[in-house]
Design a protein around this ligand. Structure first.
Ligand code: 5GP
Length: 206
């Protein structure tokens, strides 16, 4: 099969469990690379430079934009978030499937620039379950939860722009399903032009 990795964008509502799914899929399989974004937001307790994000000042971030070092960037809740280009290209070239965990505006920009991108959207089975999970975290005030539910309502308008929905009911099943979808994606004929050409060549003399 053709050697280049697939660029995968994963989006989902805040509280959909996408972060946990990403960590688990990376832990289980070795063909994935997770892109680390740059952001101007402050680190949350427990976050470290270069692991969750590269933390930048607005000035530094704007320099990265000017130098075209980002594949895409977006403003989200008054902060910049963007995907550094170099790591993504390097890993794709090495045959890794690269996962970007980004919000919807960024997802659409990536798809426009690179139409072969696989877009996955993670959602809990019901809106009720989403609220329950946000409440269950116990770290947010009711105002924050209401705000996130309103944002989820807006983000739901973009769900049908994604190639697949990943329903996160049971984590275990969800990780396996995401992996299977990506494996299936590798078999798409348009991703295997070299194989097709080779097969045609071999069959020429028959
Ligand atoms: P948080 O501040 O909660 O870590 O992230 C806020 C939102 O920004 C999440 O929806 C996350 O997926 C998104 N995000 C993280 N990195 C990037 C990025 O590089 N580009 C874009 N467009 N969104 C990002």
């Amino acid at each position: 099969m053709d050697g280049r990795g697939i660029l995968i964008v994963v989006s989902g509502f805040s509280g959909s469990g996408k972060g946990t799914i990403m960590n688990e899929i990376i832990r289980r399989y070795n063909n994935y690379a997770l892109s680390v974004s740059a952001t101007t937001r402050n680190p949350r307790p427990g976050e470290t430079e270069g692991k969750e994000y590269f933390f930048k000042s607005v000035e530094e971030f704007e320099k990265m934009i000017a130098k075209d070092e980002l594949i895409e960037y977006a403003r989200y809740v008054d902060n910049y978030y963007g995907t550094p280009r170099a790591y993504v290209e390097e890993q794709l070239e090495a045959g890794k499937d690269v996962i970007l965990e980004i919000e919807i505006q960024g997802a659409i920009k990536v798809k426009e620039k690179f139409p072969d991108t696989l877009l996955l959207f993670v959602t809990p089975p019901t809106a009720e379950e989403l609220r329950k999970r946000l409440v269950g975290r116990g770290t947010e005030t009711m105002d924050v939860i209401d705000f996130r539910m309103k944002r989820a309502k807006e983000e739901s308008l973009g769900m049908d722009r994604y190639d697949y929905l990943i329903i996160n009911d049971v984590l275990e099943d969800c990780v396996e399903e995401m992996h299977r979808i990506i494996q299936g994606e590798h078999r798409r004929s348009f991703r295997n032009q070299a194989f097709i050409e080779h097969m045609k060549e071999e069959l020429k003399g028959e």
